[in-house]
Design a protein around this ligand. Structure first.
Ligand code: SAM
Ligand code: SF4
Ligand code: SF4
Length: 348
C-alpha cells in the first residue's frame, strides 16, 4: 500500500508545494482574551460567536481530515480558539488517529484546562502538545490573558505533560517588544535541562483586530543575540522539509530552543500547511482573506460516498490553485489586505 505522504500521490500547489499538515480549529471561542488575538474590548459579551450547529460536527471534521489525508496530509494539529473548550475532544482524537496515513496528532492550547483532559487525550492517540506561555510573571501572565489565565495552573499542566508519555511538549511564547521581552531569559532558565522546547514566535500581523505595527516585533535575530549573551547555542538542521521553527541547541547540552520567524525570515517556500476553521472553511494561508466553504457539501443531501468523493476533488482543486506566500510579500500586501482572517478562527 502506498503511504499517504508518498510524493507520487500528493497533490501540489502552483509553486510545487505538497500538503502535509492540517490544522483543525475545533472551537472558535476562548476562555482567554489575549490582546494580540481576541482583545476584550472587541470580543465582549455581545460578540456573536458561532452557534453550535454552525460548527462542524466530529463526523464532518473527520470527513475533511480523511480527504486531506488522501492527498498527502500526515500530521494533524487541533487548535482554536481554545480547543479544550470543545466537548468530548478525546473522541475526536481517537477518530482522527484511526485515519489511514495520519501519523501524528498534536494540540495547541493555552493549557488552563489541560490537566484534567490530558490522560484521556493521550489514551485516545494525542502525541504532542504545545502550550502557549508568554510570561512567567504571574501578574503579567494574567494581564496578557485578558485577566483570565492562571499561571500556576498552566505550569502544573506543563509538568504533567512532561511526565506523561507524550512524544513532545513545547512552549510557544509570542514576543512583543516592550511587553514581554524581559521574559525570554526567565523562560529559558526555567525549561533548560528539561525536555520542553521553548519556541519564540515573532509577533505577526494576523487578522485586523490587534492593530499590529512592525515596531512591536522583536526579531528572532535580536532574541538569539540576547540568548547568546547568557548561554552559547548552535543551529540545528531541520527535522524535515517544511518545518516551521528554526531549531537551536545549547552547546552545553541543556536542550533545544525554536524560533518562528514569519516576519524576519519568511518560510513560505516550504509551506505545506492547510487550515480548517470551526465552521468548515478551508484556508490555504494564515493571512488569507477568504476561506473555501466546504460545509454546504458536508451537509448536502446526497449519499455519503458521493459527498466523500466530491470533497476529495474539491480539496485537491483548492490546493492545486494555491499560490499564497504572504509573508514573503508582506510589505507589498499588508496595506492592501484589510480583511485578513483572525487568528482565533484558524488557530495559528
Ligand atoms: N488558544 C490556543 C493557544 O493560545 O495556544 C490555540 C489557538 S492560538 C490562536 C495559537 C497560537 O497562536 C498561540 O500560541 C498564540 O500565542 C499564537 N498567536 C495568536 N496571535 C498571534 C500573533 N498575532 N502573532 C503570533 N502568534 C500569535
Ligand atoms: Fe485564546 Fe489562544 Fe487567542 Fe489567547 S491566543 S485569545 S488563548 S485563542
Ligand atoms: Fe504559509 Fe502563508 Fe505563512 Fe507563507 S504566509 S508560511 S504561505 S501560511
Amino acid at each position: 500500500m502506498k503511504h499517504s505522504g508518498d510524493d507520487s500521490q500528493s497533490v501540489r500547489d502552483t509553486l510545487g508545494r505538497p500538503v502535509r499538515d492540517l490544522r483543525i480549529s475545533v472551537m472558535d471561542t476562548c476562555n482567554y482574551r489575549c490582546p494580540y488575538c481576541m482583545p476584550a474590548d472587541k470580543f465582549d459579551e455581545n460578540y456573536q460567536f458561532l452557534r453550535p450547529h454552525e460548527r462542524l460536527s466530529f463526523d464532518e471534521i473527520v470527513m475533511v481530515a480523511e480527504a486531506f489525508a488522501a492527498h498527502g496530509v500526515n500530521k494533524l494539529r487541533l487548535t482554536g480558539g481554545e480547543p479544550l473548550l470543545r466537548k468530548n475532544l478525546p473522541e475526536l482524537v481517537r477518530r482522527l488517529a484511526s485515519i489511514e496515513g495520519i501519523e501524528d496528532i498534536a494540540l495547541t492550547t493555552n493549557g488552563l484546562l489541560l490537566e484534567k483532559q490530558l490522560p484521556a487525550l493521550i489514551e485516545a492517540g494525542l502525541q504532542r502538545v504545545t502550550i502557549s506561555l508568554d510570561s512567567l510573571d504571574a501578574e503579567q501572565y494574567r494581564r496578557l490573558s485578558g485577566n483570565r489565565g492562571e499561571l500556576a495552573v498552566v505550569l502544573g499542566a506543563v509538568e504533567q505533560a512532561v511526565s506523561s508519555s507524550l512524544k513532545a511538549v513545547k512552549i510557544n511564547c509570542v514576543v512583543q517588544r516592550g511587553v514581554n521581552e524581559d521574559q525570554i531569559i526567565p523562560l529559558l532558565q526555567r525549561f533548560r535541562h528539561t525536555p520542553v522546547v521553548v519556541r519564540f514566535i515573532e509577533y505577526m500581523d494576523v487578522g485586523n483586530k490587534n492593530d499590529w505595527q512592525p515596531g512591536q516585533v522583536l526579531s528572532a535575530a535580536d532574541i538569539l543575540d540576547r540568548i547568546q549573551r547568557h548561554w552559547p547555542v548552535q543551529a540545528l538542521k531541520p527535522n524535515y522539509r517544511g518545518e516551521v521553527a528554526a531549531r537551536y541547541a545549547y552547546t552545553d547540552g541543556a536542550g533545544e530552543i525554536g524560533f518562528i520567524t514569519s516576519i524576519s525570515q519568511p518560510f513560505c517556500g516550504d509551506c505545506s500547511r492547510a487550515r480548517l476553521s470551526a465552521d468548515g472553511r478551508v484556508y490555504t494561508c494564515l493571512f488569507s482573506e477568504h476561506g473555501h466553504d466546504v460545509r454546504p457539501l458536508l451537509r448536502a443531501d446526497i449519499p455519503v460516498e458521493e459527498r466523500r468523493t466530491q470533497l476529495q476533488h474539491i480539496i485537491a482543486d483548492i490546493w492545486r490553485q494555491r499560490s499564497d506566500r504572504y509573508s514573503e510579500k508582506r510589505d507589498a500586501l499588508r496595506k492592501q489586505r484589510d480583511k485578513k482572517i483572525e487568528m482565533y478562527v484558524i488557530g495559528g
